[in-house]
Write a protein that binds this ligand. Sequence first.
Ligand SMILES: *Cc1c(COP(=O)(O)O)cnc(C)c1O
Length: 376
Amino acid sequence: MALTSGLGGQLSIDLGALARNWRALDQVSAGALTAAVVKADAYGTGISMASKALYAAGARFFFAATPDEGMAVRAAVPDAHIFILNGLYPGAANLYVRQNLMPVLSSMAMLEEWLAKCLERNEAYPAALHFDTGMNRFGFRLNEAPLVRERLQTLGYSPQMIMSHLACADQPNHEKNRTQLALFGSVMAQFPGIPASLSNSAGLMTGRDYHFQMVRPGIALYGGRAVNGRKNPMAPVVTLHVPILQVKEARTGETVGYGAGYSLSRDSRLAVVGHGYADGFFRSLSSSNSRPGGKVAIRGKLCPVVGRVSMDQITVDITELGHDVPNPGEAAEILGPHISIDDQADAAGTVGYEILTSLKGRYNRNYVGDGNLPPE
Ligand SMILES: *Cc1c(COP(=O)(O)O)cnc(C)c1O
């Protein structure tokens, strides 16, 4: 494959696949609303384009992490319902009101600041409440629930939604899932009639008990593996191809790259690929003689990275390609049909989330398709 435009690589984002993934999850969670989590630039895919495609597919509820991200969604999708997962940033209530962003309130301080704004303007601006059922990240502690409820009752304020977040949903049999489910039930009982939301992608796939009124998938929309130890049912959204810059021969016993930690055990053919850790190819994908590293696909075959990943290059052993020698300018596949984001994540000792959110390299980003699907 030759790279089509520009001298660098091509990151291709399939908005049709994104839209189909949303539809597929919406079917699994039928009966609940299916939101779309678009934080971190929509997991690296581009928050504006992704939000538009998800809206076209049917999504109306969006979760961003920060108010800046919320504003990007607002600009792309004017009538979206937008929640800000990081809550209310101190002093930012006016901005939320102006942009019609709903903070996910997770502390008494946030709640009081929001209620003060509502009282000041005599308007019940919508917000969600996050209760901590076991993450010890965001959320009111469970013993604060009666106080929160009392405060809201006094003012006659009803939250838009109550939510919590699962710590171990990627392991469906983990007992913590059931514990959190039960604790969330105890919170719901204190807020009767208020819509509830507990599940990320993995929780959504765990079963109906976890759906409640709204599910909040992120990673699965973007084609990542949500549940460990199962075949990933989602369509891949992202492919990345980068240029081979040089092809060379090297001899047995020579070393490759910084630190000379990889020495060749045979006469080899090597390809130098224009892609390094500055492009999001993790340095932990380096290999030494004692530890295998990442792989890239060249002419459809997986070829191992040899030696350390540099800032701007990786060296790949293409000896196994035999006489099928690639030409400089030809593409190496970093992510695509032969290497999924989770393959690359497993090799790098990380998760697909980090692979996606690190796609900020020196390559063109191009979009394929859109969110317009045939009607259901
Ligand atoms: C990121 C996030 C999600 C989405 O999680 P995925 O595992 O990507 O599906 C849902 N809820 C909260 C609170 C989050 O922070």
